[in-house]
Design a protein around this ligand. Sequence first.
Ligand SMILES: Cc1ncc(COP(=O)(O)O)c(C=O)c1O
Ligand SMILES: N[C@@H](CCCC[NH3+])C(=O)O
Length: 427
Amino acid sequence: MSEDRPEFDCAMPENPEIRRLDEWDGQRLRRLADEYASPLYVLDLQRVRENYRRLFAAFPDADVHFAAKANTARPVLRTLHSEGAGIECASAGEAVRALDAGVPSERVQYTAVNPPAEDLDLVVGRWEDGADDLTITVGALDTLDRLESRGYDGRLCVRVNPGVGAGHHEKVATGADAKFGVPYERAGEALAEAADRGFDVVGIHAHAGSGISGEDLDSHRELVSRMGDLARDSPVDLEFVDIGGGFGVPYREDEDPLDLDAVADATRAALGEIDATLVIEPGRYLVADAGVLLTTVNTVKPAPDTRVVGVDSGMTTLLRPAMYDAYHPIRNVAANAADRPAVAQTVTGPICESADVFCTDRSIAECRRGDMLAIGNAGAYGYEMASQYNSRPRPATVVLDRGQEAVARRRETIDDVTRLEQEVEWL
Ligand SMILES: Cc1ncc(COP(=O)(O)O)c(C=O)c1O
Ligand SMILES: N[C@@H](CCCC[NH3+])C(=O)O
């Protein structure tokens, strides 16, 4: 697989490991929000490329599969595919997005977790209709039965529960959660059984969790070493060993970027010699700092202990702070914000939930009604986790690429929010 990747020069002086929120051009962000309205996701495709190239330079022998769950915007899938990435899909919907974006089926991997019947029908249907090189990753013997009963005997990867979890929050550690994968001790049997039943067994997969930092290096080593052992003991020849994604990025201004070379060295050492291609599945690392969310201040009120700033996006636009207490940098990009004092402010959205808070008592240039705020590192798991709760339409996404810009996803309207309603005639 990896031989098909295009050649490019990895020595790029203009490829810093993190793009901090301060480095975005405030004037351009204001102009974008004026032109395309607020709230607005802005995504820089050139930054996505830079992130891919840096990761690939650290893992030159690996095949990189982008975890599309971090950002499924079609230009992102196309950009990463044209850089050489495969696409890892968490649902039939993501697989359809990848295939419809023009990603060839041999570069599409569908990771089926307790897959709904419609997902299996859809993916197997696409496989029958020509997408015959896609790979399905199964994490339970039940899924083998369900694929067999649909006539699937294509490429198959077995997801293993490595018994090692990691990540930025307990809610994103998957590696020791029994929901994911077949137990490590039973993985060999599962591989043999899948091969006996006629599936084209090509790989093994495990994922420790998301947002792994330097402190999690021991867990990472442990997972990789277990996967190396499993590959050497496998009863079937494997094409690849997929060690998942999870490469973290700094969200706080004073956090250091992940030392990719240290992670790559630890990976190689822990994996040992294997007769298969190493696959990594990054999501966040490739897109997080390529995106910002722009949002407008509509309310400012002094509260007993803090200054409360109300903005036009909320937990329905960017869920991470409410769901994981995640920190996202916030900058006031108003034209004259630099002349104002930095004061403690609590930035909140329009949703009727007290969790609808982007930050509490954070020191930010004093906000006034009409100011534009930029929320950083919003390119991963931002739009993807957005919802219509409180009947709020989702925002637009604009993509930038070296001076060009285009709307990649239009803004939803109230009509989009209500269009599934049906008249119940007996009411
Ligand atoms: C199976 C799998 N692969 C890849 C990823 C991507 O993780 P990340 O965005 O942290 O790289 C995830 C998300 O945690 C995942 O569940
Ligand atoms: N949604 C999570 C990460 C992905 C978890 C997927 N297994 C986050 O925003 O951090």
